[in-house]
Design a binder for this molecule. Structure first.
Ligand code: ZN
Length: 288
């Protein structure tokens, strides 16, 4: 988010006396846990354990922001490649590029060797392309129109209408990497995941691990913890509390570096020290 658009949003929210209720469960039992920015602070909900920035972001603001502003951010996977670069990336299987999935691709295959797969928050299609390459029948959803359109250059399909994605369900894998921290609330997305995921399928979520060693050591000073780009902050306990309400009866949690055998067996880690949190949720507890 640009500084100016963020300041306008913060000031508008303060002037309109935005409530401090939890943006997910609407509980009033929330407390301020600290601040890392002028005028805004971070709160934690005592009921669902979600952490969120206040003033809270809204769907309307996010929709405009992700169409117009996000493109200006300076991380490599946010910049659209040129047509020639896209061709090279596909030819070289994304090797050495910031968007290469690496162990995450192996990890998905540990859960399901093949099948129908949906990437939620597909950006310009790099994950869909890499997962399709190892045999998944893969498709994506992305809120940003220019990014979704770019995916055609990787010869993959990324849709921008939720109804169109719902019409393609069920999926054996629903994959969502570093997207949930950008949302105003995860409620609608969890409902969508429940609609998309097959009864024997796996929901695979990656987010910054705000319960990891660095998050605990540095608190809000840890970069990925909370920012205008990351209005929501998660620890594993939030997902264990929330996902069963959407029919995901089995919720397993892991952090990097990943142990593939452990993930295959859905053998949750007791300690989650890494910077990234992996959640694998299933409607039926048994492994595939
Ligand atoms: Zn809550």
């Amino acid at each position: 988010m640009t500084n100016l658009s963020n300041r306008i949003h913060v000031l508008w929210s303060m002037l309109t006396f935005q409530s401090k209720h939890c943006p997910y469960c609407q509980s009033r039992a929330t407390r301020r846990i600290g601040s890392n920015a002028y005028l805004s602070h971070v709160r934690e909900c005592a009921d669902c354990h979600l952490m969120y920035r206040w003033p809270k972001q809204t769907d309307k603001f996010n929709k405009v922001f992700y169409q117009l502003n996000y493109i200006r951010l300076a991380s490599e996977n946010m910049h659209l490649p040129t047509l020639a670069e896209a061709g090279d990336l596909v030819k070289q299987d994304f090797k050495g590029h910031a968007t290469a999935l690496g162990i995450k691709r192996d990890l998905v295959q540990e859960l399901k060797p093949s099948g129908r797969l949906c990437v939620y928050g597909a950006n310009w299609g790099y994950e869909v392309a890499q997962l399709a390459r190892i045999g998944f029948d893969a498709i994506g959803y992305e809120v940003s129109l220019p990014r979704a359109e770019f995916a055609a250059r990787l010869v993959v399909s990324v849709l921008t209408e939720l109804d169109a994605i719902r019409a393609k369900a069920p999926f054996d894998i629903v994959y969502c990497s570093h997207t949930l921290e950008h949302l105003p609330t995860p409620d609608n997305v969890f409902k969508l995941f429940a609609d998309l995921c097959a009864p024997t399928g796996c929901l695979v979520i990656f987010v910054p691990n705000c319960g990891g060693d660095n998050a605990r050591k540095h608190g809000l000073r840890w970069g990925p913890f909370s920012s205008s780009l990351h209005p929501l902050s998660y620890r594993a306990d939030f997902f264990k509390h929330a996902l069963p309400k959407y029919g995901f009866r089995s919720v397993s949690s892991f952090s990097d570096p990943y142990d593939l055998a452990r993930i295959h067996n859905l053998n949750s880690q007791d300690n989650l020290p890494g910077d990234e949190l992996l959640i694998v949720a299933r409607k039926t507890p048994a492994c595939s």
